[in-house]
Ligand binder design. Structure first.
Ligand SMILES: [Zn+2]
Length: 384
């Protein structure tokens, strides 16, 4: 009982210690907590890549992907949607801000419709263009934000000030940009958190329903993206299916890693301010609860090894020095690990990582040159 009272008191004090961050933001656990968390999180994953594995990289990748699909709850989603064929509905395209904008909707499960924007530089559908899938993170209006579909002038100003409109940037460079509403993150595509039971967080409500049902929130987001990719490859006019990239900041970057890890149609991926170890050295968990995949670190591996499933395709990673959600120590450790696996697999030139000087945001000047080089943009198609 005494421990319960002390724990309750510490929560009370913590909640009211606003403005007094711990000296080390990610390592404030007590010695006993650290010992416990080391036991919980410690050790390398059962399926972490090993350079001395006689089976080699490709064999590891196949085994690790199978395990990842299992942990994401893919089999459960597949078994619950047997016979369902995703259908797509498109509205008329309109000319806005120097490009064509079209609203779409794809039914990825019976009755579950994922809205998305398509941005095109022109209406020459005969000309094949590279495609950029843009995955947003924790922004209830994120798919609109990314696509430059603004509520008002303030929304526009705030987005443009942090270069948070990657789909607009893409279309200006000749891409077809596709921007889905991420499940559990966009209000347009979320289950309600009735009575605030899950902390008034729709992403956590999604997670809890998924975990109870043998799915994961990330698994559902990957599922939606793969359904959209199926449609892009099979039916999106003008899409060059050999030149598809994917990007996202924060939770959208986490989704980008998982989709690219499993789907080889993505030839270059850019997770912005998101790809790091799952935990700090002392056990602090970096990502939002909704990114949780039960057992992933022990039964599979840490996040750099999940990203290594993208090999031999291109991966461009950027982090911001002033990003308060991530630890520079953990990011550097993760990047060192990923660089080593890319090198051991013989594709070191396909991995690109840079620190940038600002916070939790996109860094277009860093990732677009890599995207454009890989996707062989026809520079004559650029609008600016
Ligand atoms: Zn979340």
């Amino acid at each position: 009982m005494r421990n319960v009272l002390i724990a309750g008191l510490s929560i009370f004090i913590t909640q009211f210690a606003i403005g007094e961050p711990p000296k080390n933001r990610f390592d404030g656990f007590s010695d006993s907590e650290q010992a416990y968390l080391k036991r919980v999180h410690g050790g390398s994953g059962a399926l972490a890549f090993r350079s001395d594995d006689p089976a080699g990289f490709q064999a590891w990748r196949g085994v690790a992907r199978t395990k990842l699909k299992q942990l994401l709850g893919f089999e459960r989603i597949v078994s619950q949607t047997v016979g369902h064929v995703p259908s797509v509905h498109l509205e008329q395209a309109t000319w806005v801000d120097g490009h064509w904008r079209q609203l779409g909707e794809i039914e990825t499960e019976p009755g579950l419709k994922v809205a998305f924007w398509i941005l095109r530089p022109d209406r020459d559908y005969q000309k094949e263009r590279p495609v950029m899938i843009c995955a947003h993170g924790h922004d209830a209006d994120g798919w609109n934000t990314y696509a430059g579909v603004y509520r008002d002038g303030q929304h526009r100003a705030a987005t443009e000030a942090k270069q948070g409109d990657p789909a607009v940037q893409a279309v200006k460079q000749g891409y077809i940009a596709v921007v889905p509403a991420t499940r559990g993150l966009a209000d347009a595509n979320s289950v309600s958190d009735i009575n605030g039971r899950h902390g008034n967080r729709k992403c956590r409500a999604q997670l809890m329903h998924c975990l109870m049902g043998g799915r994961t929130a990330i698994g559902e987001r990957v599922w939606d993206t793969k359904c959209l990719l199926d449609w892009v490859v099979a039916e999106l006019e003008g899409a060059d299916v050999r030149r598809i990239g994917m990007l996202g900041n924060s939770g959208g970057g986490v989704l980008t890693v998982y989709v690219a890890a499993l789907d080889e149609r993505i030839v270059v991926a850019h997770p912005s301010c998101s790809l790091t170890s799952f935990t700090s050295e002392s056990g602090y968990i970096f990502h939002c609860d909704c990114c949780m995949v039960p057992g992933i670190k022990s039964e599979l591996a840490d996040m750099p090894d999940i990203a290594a499933l993208i090999i031999p395709r291109d991966l461009v990673v950027v982090h911001g020095e002033k990003d308060t959600l991530h630890s520079a120590i953990s990011v550097n450790r993760a990047m060192k690990r990923l660089e080593a696996v890319y090198s051991q697999a013989g594709f070191s030139s396909k991995f690109f990582f840079r620190w940038q000087s600002l916070g939790h945001r996109f860094y277009p000047e860093t990732f677009w040159p890599v995207m454009n080089r890989v996707l062989q943009i026809d520079r004559s198609a650029m609008l600016d």
